[in-house]
Write a protein that binds this ligand. Structure first.
Ligand code: AMP
Length: 118
């Protein structure tokens, strides 16, 4: 069984977070270390450690993550200029918290999608 992360505590409101949206499937809150003027994390309420662990039965929550991202982008006023949705998986992508999360980042021009430096 996968181990809970700090994100489960945020979902249960056991530790503080700037929660912007929560329903029966997903929770969205501001990233504690924002990398852009808008930096929000959108997560499923049930624990899925990495993108590799996604099952067909998770599709409803994953779809909700996408529609909540679009709604929050509108609310943040960044929808028209644009934004980026990112999900990191495992070591090569630098995943740090093993409860899948979609980063919604925007608020200024984000530059090329991937760093050219390796
Ligand atoms: P990743 O590298 O894709 O796993 O991203 C993890 C993200 O979680 C980072 O951007 C962190 O700043 C963010 N993070 C970690 N702990 C918290 C927290 N308690 N509240 C909000 N964001 C967090």
């Amino acid at each position: 069984m996968a181990e809970e992360t700090i994100f489960s505590k945020i979902i249960r409101r056991e530790i503080p977070a700037d929660i912007l949206f929560q329903d029966e499937l997903v929770t969205a809150f501001r990233d504690i270390s924002a990398q852009a003027p808008t930096h929000i994390l959108i997560i499923p309420n049930h624990l899925i450690p990495t993108a590799n662990d996604i099952k067909a039965s998770d599709e409803k929550a994953l779809g909700r993550m996408m529609s909540v991202a679009a709604k929050l982008a509108q609310e943040e006023g960044i929808a028209e200029d644009g934004y980026r949705l990112i999900m990191n998986c495992n070591e090569h992508a630098g995943q740090e918290v093993f409860h899948i999360h979609m980063h919604l980042v925007g608020g200024h021009s984000l530059g090329p999608m991937l760093s050219k430096n390796r």
